[in-house]
Design a protein. Structure first.
Length: 576
């Protein structure tokens, strides 16, 4: 086993050839290799006897091939290549991300699952991000949950060739995405004895060459924009509005029940996502104390000292941020009643509504916040919504009521997820003279186990399943269902609906820490009559219910005490 090593301008070459049943594992290594042509590989393994090979969790930057596996004749082998990130150090010399040549005469299984292949295949030679060719034995080939991005204009994302010498072939291709490449998919049967071909929920976006899958016009992959967080920067996490979220097919045979490329649980939503990285709805934190943002989030001032002036051309550039009032509001910089510590006695006010957009210039960050003063208050303090965005996709949202106290405060969002914009919106549009000071930003990801600090009658409430605040707007999910980091507060319930066969036992678990806020659950049968519930003053709630008849059942999750709130994890399953 090679595990946890770093190879600088070096390759891993190996041989499985020391007795039947041999096994080799290459795991969690960092490999950087620069060759002089497109024919050598960073990981190059030959299989000469019956055996198995696992290549998992490696970070590979290479010319030529990233991973090249060759199985020699008269062998049976299991090859498993998963959760690797492969990119190139010289695009013009990059030919293949993963290539497997199956030569053996015995039964062979090749699985290529949950890999990220970034900008490989830029040479003028025949180039593929993933390529598999069968040989003279029976072959099972599983290609699932891979993310392929970029490459040459003539490259192919996923290329499978079945030899005429292959007696029987099983090919499973599920939940892959290929974008901004030449051809997305090519699969060719050169005369294999029999072919069992299974495919579904594959995606191709912005590729330049028409797919060719066994010459069939019925091959119709999806065409959704993957909406990666920062593909050019190598970040292939999905944004919340990605069309790949909950769009995959879920089953063990499709590689959907293991870990994703980041080592996180593959099933985190109603169904699996397409591609190598499962979208994780990580909870963000509303921060309302400047010292917390500067301390825990390690935030620093991102704006420059303000200059006095009314109604300057917008947006206004200030250091690393842009400030823009939402029309009909305009910006007013002056020596206002607010006086934030360590500023230059010039603050920001907005006329009409206090609707402000703060955009971080350059790379996205994990937190954006601004000094906020409600010193003038008003008889009816306004409600504000603070929302964070990345590439115009909302990644977090909170509502709070400006307390109307003569104190200087702060409002910001700190998240495990990246953001490039913070929007503050006032409801109703009352001019109650809130003032704003310096902008801070954080490049430190938030812990997903923290809760927001308090701000008046703050309600966490909204998560990525909202609005599901009533039985009529319940979120439909498929069983089994599991999701972490959901949010609920008193007056903002969560409802979920799901199909259950008659005769099954339904198991529902809500996990939470009671000291942070009590959460209870109620189950309704198809006619919305209550049939079960769970309420206690301890951690977690659980319902087990024997379902008498098939139908759509509804779960209500709610915070029991007035002004209470909490985060919770939800698991719903049924069994015979």
């Amino acid at each position: 086993m090679l595990e946890g090593l770093t190879f600088d301008n070096a390759r891993i070459t190996g041989l499985i050839g020391f007795g039947s049943g041999s096994r080799m594992e290459i795991r969690d290594n960092v490999i950087h290799y620069e060759g002089s042509d497109e024919t050598t590989a960073a990981i190059d393994i030959r299989i000469e006897v019956d055996g198995s090979l696992l290549v998992e969790g490696n970070q590979v930057t290479s010319t030529g091939y990233g991973v090249y596996i060759r199985q020699l004749p008269d062998t049976a082998a299991s090859v498993d290549i998963r959760r690797n990130t492969i990119t190139t150090s010289a695009p013009a010399l990059s030919s293949n991300g993963v290539r497997v040549g199956i030569g053996g005469g015995g039964d062979s299984t090749t699985s290529i699952i949950s890999n990220v292949l970034n900008q490989v295949g830029g040479c003028s030679c025949p180039a593929q991000a993933i390529a598999v060719n069968s040989g003279v034995g029976n072959a099972t080939i599983n290609i699932s949950h891979n993310t392929v991005f970029g490459g040459g204009n003539s490259s192919t994302g996923i290329d499978i060739g079945l030899s005429a010498m292959t007696p029987n072939a099983v090919l499973n291709v599920f939940n892959n995405t290929v974008s901004d490449s030449g051809r997305g998919y090519r699969m060719t049967d050169f005369g294999a004895g029999s072919l069992d071909f299974n495919a579904g929920s594959n995606n191709g976006f912005n590729n330049t060459i028409v797919d060719n899958v066994f010459g069939s016009p019925s091959w119709t992959p999806g065409n959704a924009d993957p909406r990666f967080a920062d593909a050019d920067g190598g970040n292939f996490q999905l944004l919340p509005d990605s069309g790949l979220i909950d769009a995959g097919l879920t089953s063990a045979s499709q590689g959907s029940l293991g870990l994703d490329a980041a080592g996180l649980t593959r099933l985190s939503g109603a169904t699996v996502d397409i591609g190598a990285l499962e979208f994780q709805a990580k909870p963000a934190i509303l921060v309302t104390r400047r010292e917390n943002f500067a301390g825990a989030a390690q935030a620093a001032v991102a704006s420059a000292p303000y200059v006095t002036g009314n109604g300057p051309p917008e947006p206004v550039t200030s250091g690393d941020v842009l400030l823009d009032a939402v029309a009909p509001s305009t910006l007013f910089f002056g020596s206002w009643p607010a006086d934030f510590p360590d500023d230059n006695d010039v603050e920001l006010a907005l006329n009409n509504a206090e609707n402000l957009v703060i955009t971080h210039i350059g790379s996205p960050v994990n937190g954006i916040g601004i000094e906020f003063d409600d010193a003038s208050g008003g008889a009816s303090p306004s409600t504000f919504v603070a929302a964070a965005y990345l590439q115009q996709a909302e990644v977090a949202r909170f509502a709070f009521r400006a307390p109307g106290l003569a104190t200087q405060d702060f409002v910001g969002i700190w998240s495990p997820f990246l953001m490039d914009e913070l929007r503050l919106t006032e409801f109703p549009n009352a001019n109650e003279n809130e003032y704003f000071g310096r902008v801070f930003s954080s490049q430190t990801p938030a812990s997903d186990t923290l809760l927001s600090d308090s701000f008046g009658d703050l309600c966490l409430g909204d998560d990525f399943f909202d609005d599901n605040d009533s039985a009529e707007t319940a979120r439909a999910v498929s069983l089994p269902f599991s999701r972490e980091g959901l949010e609920v507060c008193n007056g903002d319930d969560d409802y979920f609906q799901f199909q259950v066969p008659g005769g099954d036992r339904l198991n529902i678990t809500v996990s939470f820490t009671d000291a942070a806020g009590n959460v209870d659950i109620v189950l309704f049968e198809p006619s919305l009559v209550r049939v079960a519930g769970s309420s206690s003053t301890t951690d977690d709630e659980n319902i087990q219910y024997d379902v008498p008849e098939s139908g759509t059942y509804t779960l209500r999750v709610f915070a029991f005490l007035p002004d209470s709130q909490n985060r919770y994890d939800l698991s719903i399953s049924s069994s015979n």
